[in-house]
Design a protein around this ligand. Structure first.
Ligand code: FAD
Length: 420
């Protein structure tokens, strides 16, 4: 008689037998990692053109653009993969690439988003239609696939990636910067001409002692997970737990946010008696330090769609401030498309350093709209272009003629304000 017990005993025996034959894992593929030259040396020094710190939403795009423009580029990321909040945070629905019936943000970020959706047999929104609600035109991406494709694009462009490392000290040199980075088993001294800070919290700017802005009360972070039903990447949104007080300042505050978030998910699981089907490895942070740039984007600039003289990309999203009482997005008025000026990426009074991503110089309300992924990608690409051109002409990003930056960006598919 085939009782369930007998079935499971037979399965167990089969697995054990296959195990001894080395066949127990259903699909085992094999590859061999190619170690880098001198990979056993604990200390290395390298000379490059552009160092990008932070391989998240803005950072990997900045690195690809800089490398495509011919700069010898190194990307340092303290985590284990590219994509930052999009992938490790699990916020895998980038938006918004369109406004009022047309695409307004494109370039390298869009290239990657589109390729990942196509490879995943997903679907892209129809940008010729103005959606009823802004989030209808966010793109669902498969976070796992996106992170791998981003690595492939970096490799093709010639970007060197260094995971598990972060800068400890940054000093000015005659030709740029000396950046001392640390990873486990690795001390890396980088001599570079241009620095791009894409850490999401302007951490390099902070190391340099340049001014940063931050509110006493920040928007809540969120832990993303799925309970009770399976998560199908690239197809559905996942559950979010608000982590109030989440602070991305340092390893201790991030640890506190992670512990609090996971503990609460465990409590929910016990209460509901459901299975935990998906859990991101860390908290996603909505708000952190912003730079005080050569200019600051105000909420009035954002609301009125100010066309800055030195605009390098568009941004488009409602003003979207999360508070203890939830959110009440304030949509932009019909026809309004805000822009991001190059000067908002340059820390005030600095040379040879540029910032991209959510730490763009802006007031809190403007930042609540600017921080979304499409604009972070647009800023990342512009920062990569400006840094690479600055290397070529031995100057600083702000002194590169704007037309050169625009031309390079257009060559790589970007849309410059005024183009559409
Ligand atoms: C819960 C939540 C929901 C959101 N919803 C949406 C949405 O629906 N649509 C949307 O488009 N946007 C959304 N956003 C906003 C958006 O995801 C982020 O603002 C954006 O991804 C930030 O991009 P970034 O490049 O500035 O930072 P990140 O993507 O966070 O990248 C920063 C990277 O830098 C690395 N790093 C940090 N410090 C160092 C260091 N010292 N050395 C080396 N590496 C370092 C980090 O590990 C990370 O990989 C949401 C954000 C959150 C948290």
């Amino acid at each position: 008689m085939n009782t369930p017990e007998k079935h499971s005993r037979r399965n167990f025996l089969q697995h054990s037998l296959l195990g001894t034959l080395g066949l127990s894992i259903a699909s085992t593929a094999e590859v061999t990692a190619q170690p880098a030259a001198q990979s056993a040396d604990p200390e290395i020094t390298q000379e490059i053109d552009v160092l990008v710190v932070g391989g998240g939403t803005a950072g990997h795009i900045a690195a690809i653009q800089a490398a495509r423009a011919g700069a010898k580029t190194l990307l340092i990321e303290r985590g284990a993969q590219l994509g930052g909040t999009m992938t490790t945070g699990g916020v895998a629905y980038p938006g918004l690439f369109d406004a009022w019936g047309k695409q307004v943000i494109a370039g390298i970020g869009w290239e990657l988003v589109k390729e990942s959706v196509e490879l995943d047999s997903g679907s892209l929104p129809d940008f010729s239609k103005v959606p009823q609600r802004h989030f209808h035109n966010q793109v669902f991406i498969n976070q796992f696939l996106y992170a791998i494709l981003a690595e492939e694009k970096c490799e093709k462009a010639g970007v060197q990636i260094a995971y598990y490392e972060f800068p400890q000290a940054v000093t000015k040199t005659e030709h740029g910067w000396q950046v001392d980075c640390i990873g486990f088993g690795t001390k890396r001294r980088v001599l570079c001409k241009q620095l791009i800070d894409c850490t999401g919290g302007a951490e390099v700017v902070g190391l340099l002692g340049l001014p940063r802005l931050r509110e006493d009360e920040r928007q809540p972070g969120s832990f993303l997970y799925m309970m009770g039903k399976a998560h199908e990447p690239g197809r559905n949104q996942i559950h979010r737990l608000y982590v109030h007080g989440a602070d991305s300042t340092n390893s201790r505050t991030v640890t506190a946010a992670n512990l609090t978030g996971r503990k609460s998910i465990l409590a929910e699981l016990r209460k509901k008696g459901q299975r935990l089907m998906h859990l991101q490895p860390e908290t996603g942070f909505r708000e952190s330090y912003r730079i005080q740039g050569e200019t600051l984007i105000t909420v009035n600039d954002y609301r009125t769609g100010k066309k800055f003289d030195d605009a390098i990309c568009y941004a488009f999203y409602p003003i979207d401030l999360h508070t203890k009482n939830g959110i009440k997005p304030e949509p932009l008025k019909p026809g309004i498309i805000p822009t991001v000026p190059l000067r908002a990426l340059i820390p005030k009074g600095s040379r040879n350093i540029i910032v991209a991503g959510r730490s763009v110089s802006s007031d809190r309300l403007a930042n609540s709209g600017l921080r979304v992924q499409s604009s972070c990608m647009g800023m990342g690409q512009a920062a990569g272009a400006a840094a690479a051109l600055a290397v070529k002409s031995n100057t600083t990003p702000l002194e590169v003629p704007l037309k050169e930056i625009h031309d390079l960006l257009r060559t790589h598919g970007a849309i410059i304000p005024g183009d559409v």
